[in-house]
Ligand binder design. Structure first.
Ligand code: ZN
Length: 259
C-alpha cells in the first residue's frame, strides 16, 4: 500500500493493493475523519502507524456503503464513532455473517469484533469539528450508498461510483438497479464545485475527469439497457476476470430481470 498522499490541503488518500481501494483521511482541528479504511490487515496496521506518526487520531469515521471492503476497522484506529447511512447500517446488521465470511476470504485475519460496527447517521452532514462533510445518499451500487462532499476543497469522495477501473456495478437485488444507479449519478453530477473525485477503487481525478467518468458510466448503463455491444475501456483484456463476470451477469439481468 502506498503511504498516505496529500491530494488537497488536509485531504490524504492511500490506495490498497487489494482492488485499488481508496482510504481517505480528512484532517480537522482535533483529529481526522477517516473514510473507508482499507483493506488488508497489514495495510490497516500501517495506517494506524502512519496516523500516529502524523499525530492525527480518527475522531469520526464514515463507511460509504455496506460492502465488506468499506466497513473495515482496526482496534489501533481507536473508538471514534463510525457512521453510515441508516439503510447501509441495516444491511450490515442483517448480513453480518456474510460480511464476515467475505472479509475472511478476501482479506484474512481481521478482528471481526470491530467489523461494520456502524452508527446510523440520518443527517445531511457528518457531525465532527473538521471541514464540512456533506453526505450524498442514493441506492446505486448498494442500499444507502453515501458519498461525501467536502465543499472547502471541492473533494468528492464518491464511494464505489465514478471509477476509472470499474464499470458501474449494479445492486441486482434492488427493484430497479439501473434506475437507482442513474439517480445516483445524477445526484453526484448535481454537486456544485467538485474539483477532484476520489473513487472507492481506482485513481483520483480532476473536475474534467469527474465529468468524463459520469458520461462514461451513463453510457455504460445506456448500452447495457439497450443491449448494444460495449466498447467500455474498463472491460479490456487486461481488466480482472471478476469484473468481466459481473458485466456478463448485468447483461443477463437486463435481458431477463429476476433471472
Ligand atoms: Zn468497494
Amino acid at each position: 500500500m502506498r503511504r498516505l498522499t496529500e491530494i488537497a490541503p488536509g485531504v490524504l488518500v492511500a490506495t490498497s493493493s487489494y482492488d485499488q481501494t481508496t482510504t481517505t483521511v480528512v484532517v480537522g482541528p482535533s483529529g481526522c475523519l477517516l473514510i473507508d479504511p482499507a483493506v488488508t490487515l497489514a495495510e490497516l496496521a500501517q495506517l494506524v502507524v502512519e496516523l500516529r506518526e502524523r499525530d492525527i487520531r480518527p475522531v469520526a469515521a464514515w463507511s460509504t456503503h455496506p460492502h465488506w471492503d468499506h466497513v473495515l476497522w482496526a482496534r489501533g484506529l481507536g473508538a471514534a464513532p463510525r457512521y453510515a447511512t441508516p439503510a447501509a447500517v441495516r444491511v450490515t446488521e442483517t448480513q453480518r455473517v456474510e460480511l464476515t465470511r467475505e472479509t475472511q476470504r478476501a482479506a484474512p485475519g481481521h478482528d471481526f469484533s470491530v467489523l461494520a460496527r456502524l452508527t446510523p447517521l440520518d443527517a445531511p452532514a457528518i457531525p465532527w469539528d473538521g471541514p464540512e462533510a456533506h453526505v450524498i445518499v442514493h441506492d446505486g451500487h448498494a442500499p444507502g450508498h453515501g458519498a461525501v462532499f467536502l465543499p472547502a476543497t471541492g473533494m468528492l469522495v464518491a464511494g464505489d461510483m465514478c471509477s476509472d477501473v470499474e464499470i458501474p456495478l449494479l445492486d441486482l437485488d434492488a427493484a430497479d438497479p439501473l434506475g437507482d444507479y442513474r439517480t445516483g449519478l445524477e445526484l453526484l453530477a448535481s454537486v456544485p464545485g467538485v474539483r477532484q473525485v476520489v473513487p472507492g477503487h481506482g485513481h483520483v481525478g480532476d473536475a474534467d475527469e469527474f465529468r468524463r467518468r459520469l458520461t462514461a458510466d451513463a453510457a455504460y448503463l445506456d448500452a447495457l439497457a439497450f443491449g448494444q455491444p460495449l466498447g467500455d475501456p474498463r472491460l479490456t483484456a487486461g481488466s480482472p476476470e471478476w469484473l468481466a463476470g459481473i458485466h456478463q451477469k448485468q447483461l443477463r439481468y437486463v435481458r431477463m430481470p429476476g433471472s
